[in-house]
Structures are given as C-alpha cells and as structure tokens.
Design a protein around this ligand. Structure first.
Ligand SMILES: Cc1ncc(C[n+]2csc(CCOP(=O)(O)OP(=O)(O)O)c2C)c(N)n1
Length: 559
C-alpha cells in the first residue's frame, strides 16, 4: 500500500492502539497534522509543547500504556526537553514524535533546525533520527517497543519533513528485535532462596515499595506478601498508591519529608525488601548511614540500579509482578508475626502527631482532607512541585495505584496542570484534582485555556502562600532566613487570572469558607479553581536536612 510518511505515522499510531495524542503543529509537522485529520484517534492541541509532553506522560502513568506527543522542529522540539527528562526520571513510557528540517537542510542552520536527537540523548531511553522513508515504520515500531518494555521510558522519533511528505510502500512490522535489547530475558533470581529465607527470618523487616511496584502492576502481590507475612510497608513518593495508606501496615512515605515512623522503621530494620526503588537521595538521606543495620533485598527490572546508590545484598532482577509471588509462595505455614516490631513502630506513631500547621490561618492538611473527602479513592490527583506537593504526599491518603500523579525525580514545577489534562483524557468523565502552589501555577498557566476548551472537570486547588514556599523553607532553615527572590507575592490575583480564562473560581478568605468553596468547585461541570491563602510561614515537617540521616528529622512536636 502506497502512503506518505505522514500517513505511515498515523497508521503506526493506530496499529499501536493509540487513542489520544497531545501536541502543537508547525512547519515541519504540517504534513503529519494533515494526516492526523483522518486519524481514528483524537489529537489534542495544548498551548505549549511542554504541556503536551507532560499531558502524554501523565496519561501514560494513569493508563499504564505509552503516551504520545508531537512537536514541530526547532523551538517545538526544544520545548519538550523538560518533559522528556521528567518522564525519564520517573520511568514513564512515552513516544515523542518531532518534525525535523528536511534532510537536505540538516546541518545548514536551516530555519527551525535544532539537533533534538543530540539534545535528547542523555534524557531519554532511546532516540531515533529517521534518515529515510524505509526506516520509518521500523523506527516507530521500535519506539513503542522500547518505551513500554523492561524499565519503561521516553523515546524520541525525529522525522525530517521531506520524509513525512515522501510516498512509499507501507508495511508495519508485527515484531521487531534490536540486538542486545532483550527485556523479557532480563531475569536473574539466583539469590531468590537466600533472599526469601532472609526476609522470613527477619525480626524487624520493612518493605520499601517504589514506583516500580506500580509500573509492574505488582501492588496486589505486594499486598498479599505484606499482609500475610505481617511486614510494614513504606513507600517512596513514586510508590504512593502501591500499598493502601489506610492499612495498619502502611508507614506512609519515607525520606526527606517522610513520616517519623517510616524513617525510624527503615533506620532500625534488620532486613529491607526494596521493591522497584532506585534509592534516590530524597528517599535515603545520607546513603552511607541508610538502614545501616539491614541486609537489603533489592528487586528491580533494571540491573543498573543494583549497588548504584545503596548496596544490594540480594539483587533480584526481573518483573516485580513475577518476583513478589515467589516470596509469597514460599511462606509455608503461619507467618512469623512481628508483634514486637510492629508495637515498637506503633510507639513511634503514638509519640508524634504528624505536624500540620503553625496555626495561623488555613491549615494546608485540612484543605487536602477537604478535597480528598469529595473524590472517590480511584479518582486522580496531580500535584505541582513544592511544599504543597509534600503536604499532599503526607496527607493525601492514597489507596489505589496510578492515582497519585506527581513529578518525582525531576521535581518539575509546571507539571501538575498539564498532568491533570492528560489524566482527564485518560479517565473521561471523572474529576481530576490538581494541587498547586502560586509559583507553580504560573509555570504552565496557559493550559487553563486547554481545560476550558475541552470542558475538562479539572479542579485546581492553589495553596497561595505568596512565596516560592519550598525554597523559602530552605532559606529559613539553612540560609539564615535570607529570603532572596522567594517572597515575591504574585502581582495579580490568581482567581481573576483563572476567571479570565473562563474557569469558575472561589477564594477562601476565611477558613470558615473552605467547605462551601470546595462544594462549589466540585459541583461545576467544567474546570474550576479554589484559591486557598496559606500563611507564608507554613512549613513542611518532618524534614531530614539534605544528606542527613533519616532518623534525625526536624519535627516541631517531637516529644
Ligand atoms: C521548573 C522548576 N523551577 C524551579 C524549581 C525549584 N523550586 C522547587 S520548589 C519551588 C517553589 C514552588 O513554589 P510554589 O509552586 O508556590 O509551591 P510552594 O512551595 O509554595 O507550595 C521552586 C522554585 C523547580 N522545582 N522546578
């Protein structure tokens, strides 16, 4: 069948079962956009390419399948770089299709020519620059394969405009192999028996569940193992939702802003089963002192993670959905109950009331609980980055995997609103909450227009503390209270800006108005915004100073 390159791209996306793509057209993808006019899937115009890539990323996290975005060459392509890095850090399957200057122009500093292939290389799982029409189907098939298998990640396919216009015979490969890429054969369980014995003989075991548990769809297996073997579970930020946070065995999040009981338990454990975690500095604090008394069983799909940050005594390579049942299967007879250990952790819980507020004005934790009570457990929440993100991590009880969507590794302000758009397309008809700060709000504010244009039920809750709060917090604690460039109140009203875009808005002038405002915002069909003034001085606690020991956290009510 004779097709143009542009038509081939559309056919390939259809063959991959794509239902939504996010992007912005331009000169070097104009033929692709022409072909998209006849596609069986929906193309969503965002107002900035960064939003397109974040929306596709969030869509992928929610749906558990590859998200797709499109950008034109030059500035369109460079605008997606942050999104590629964001998806890479959080292992999100994503295919980014970019237009490129025509092959005859490449290397001449042609109009809108930028070497996105070169720029992207350190920030993606893989990149293709398509040199000929013949290579195109294979590159696209390869992109979807590489993005979604093994440890998922973003793949860029850069396609010169003349290749999109050229015609040729189209045959989409059923299968594709790349020498040296064998994600399914990527398994080594040679330490399994020893690891199982070590875990089940432990007196003070802890499971740390990371994002890999969710990606591997292993939350059910994790639940069975933890509950039957009575092992408490801490999660990383990316692991939120891997284990229900309302379960008595849940310790919540560990790390820099982890709960006192998660950090104390991990620090005092004798055995840790780390499932799909990469031991980021935000989770471990001082790596040398991290869980120094524990032997570590590290289960992961990526062998590069073993020993990268924390020594793995028992590395288990493979899909967690296959590894975790191997533990559970070997739990013969009644589990060793860890009453004493659980009691010890329980005492830590009792001795701390999780810090919420300084008491001046609206309590951020209360705002979060107010929103939480208005949505179902399986409804989606996205966050921006800053104090409000950590308040959400601590106080938004997550019980269902793939519902807490946040920028973990890169910490990208401007992620949350586009992510809410991606989430709304991933789950049509369901409300999506976007928890934002006043600083982050302005990073991709133009996407309020996208929300309005599509009538998306996105509820933006802005924690307006008139500051870049998280940076201000560091300045308060570690930089002698020199608040340089962090306490610049927005010069315009956030609610009025949102109203100008067409959102229904509420401003909570007094804590007593919170409930009414949330009721109103959740009752409207399209997008809405609630502006919640928060005292600039509010802090996020607990806090382990960067590089500190996990069990040495700052917490005002420490007894
Ligand atoms: C794109 C980007 N730029 C800068 C930062 C550094 N940074 C981290 S948190 C933060 C402040 C966030 O302010 P806001 O959105 O108001 O949230 P708050 O901390 O006040 O809750 C900044 C500037 C970042 N994470 N991302």
């Amino acid at each position: 069948m004779q097709l143009t390159g542009a038509q081939m791209i559309v056919r390939a996306l259809e063959a991959e079962g794509v239902e939504h793509v996010f992007g912005i057209p331009g000169g070097s993808v104009i033929s692709l956009y022409d072909a998209l006019g006849d596609a069986s899937f929906q193309t969503i115009l965002t107002r900035h390419e960064q939003a397109a890539v974040h929306a596709a990323d969030s869509y992928a996290r929610v749906r558990g399948r590859t998200g797709v975005c499109i950008a034109t060459s030059g500035p369109g392509a460079t605008n997606i770089i942050t999104g590629l890095a964001n998806a890479h850090m959080d292992s999100v399957p994503l295919v980014a299709v970019t237009g490129q200057a025509a092959t005859s122009v490449i290397g001449t500093d042609g109009f809108q020519e930028a070497d996105i292939f070169g720029c992207s290389l350190p920030l993606v799982k893989h990149s293709f620059l398509v040199h000929s029409l013949k290579e195109l189907p294979r590159a696209l098939k390869g992109a979807f394969l590489i993005a979604s298998t093994g440890r998922p990640g973003p793949v860029l396919v850069d396609i010169p405009s003349d290749i999109q216009k050229a015609s040729g015979e189209f045959e989409y490969p059923e299968e594709i192999h790349f020498p040296g890429y064998d994600p399914e054969g990527n398994q080594d369980l040679s330490c399994l028996e020893e690891a199982v014995k070590t875990l089940f003989e432990a007196s003070r075991p802890v499971i740390i569940a990371g994002g890999g548990t969710i990606i591997s769809e292993a939350s059910g297996e994790l639940f069975t193992l933890a509950t039957e073997a009575q092992i408490p579970v801490a999660t990383t930020l990316m692991g939120k939702g891997a284990f229900p946070e309302d379960h008595p065995l849940s310790l919540g999040m560990l790390g820099m802003h982890g709960t006192p009981w998660a950090n104390t338990a991990v620090s005092g454990a004798d055995v840790i089963l780390a499932a799909g975690v990469r031991f980021s500095d935000r989770s471990t604090g001082d790596r040398k002192q991290f869980a120094s008394g524990a032997r570590i069983i590290h289960a992961d799909i990526d062998k590069a993670e073993f020993g990268k940050n924390v020594n793995a005594d028992f590395p288990l390579l493979g899909h967690l959905s296959r590894i975790l049942p191997e533990f559970h299967k070997r739990l013969s007879g009644p589990a060793k109950h860890h009453e004493q250990w659980l009691e010890e952790i329980g005492k830590v819980r009792e001795s701390y009331a999780l810090y919420e507020t300084s008491g001046s004005g609206l309590n951020p934790a209360e705002v979060i609980r107010g929103v939480r009570s208005r949505v179902a457990p399986e409804d989606l929440v996205t966050t921006e980055v800053g104090q409000h993100q950590m308040w959400a991590a601590l106080h938004w009880k997550t019980t269902v995997p793939r519902t807490f969507i946040t920028s973990g590794g890169l910490g990208t302000m401007g992620y949350g609103l586009p992510a809410a758009i991606g989430a709304a397309f991933a789950r049509p008809g369901r409300p999506v909450t976007c928890l934002s700060g006043d600083g982050s709000f302005f990073m991709n504010v133009q996407e309020l227009e996208t929300c309005v244009r599509f009538g998306l039920p996105v509820r933006v809750i802005v924690f307006n503390n008139g500051s870049l709060g998280m940076v201000r917090q560091w300045q308060e604690l570690f930089w002698n209270k020199r608040y340089i460039q962090t306490c610049e109140e927005p010069a315009c009203s956030i609610s009025r800006v949102a109203r100008a875009f067409g959102l229904s808005t509420w401003t909570v002038l007094d804590p007593s108005q919170l409930e009414e405002a949330l009721d109103g915002a959740f009752a409207v069909e399209g997008p809405s915004l609630v502006e919640c003034p928060i005292a600039t001085e509010e802090m996020v606690y607990p806090m382990v100073p960067a590089g500190g020991r996990l069990d040495r956290f700052l917490h005002p009510s420490k007894s």
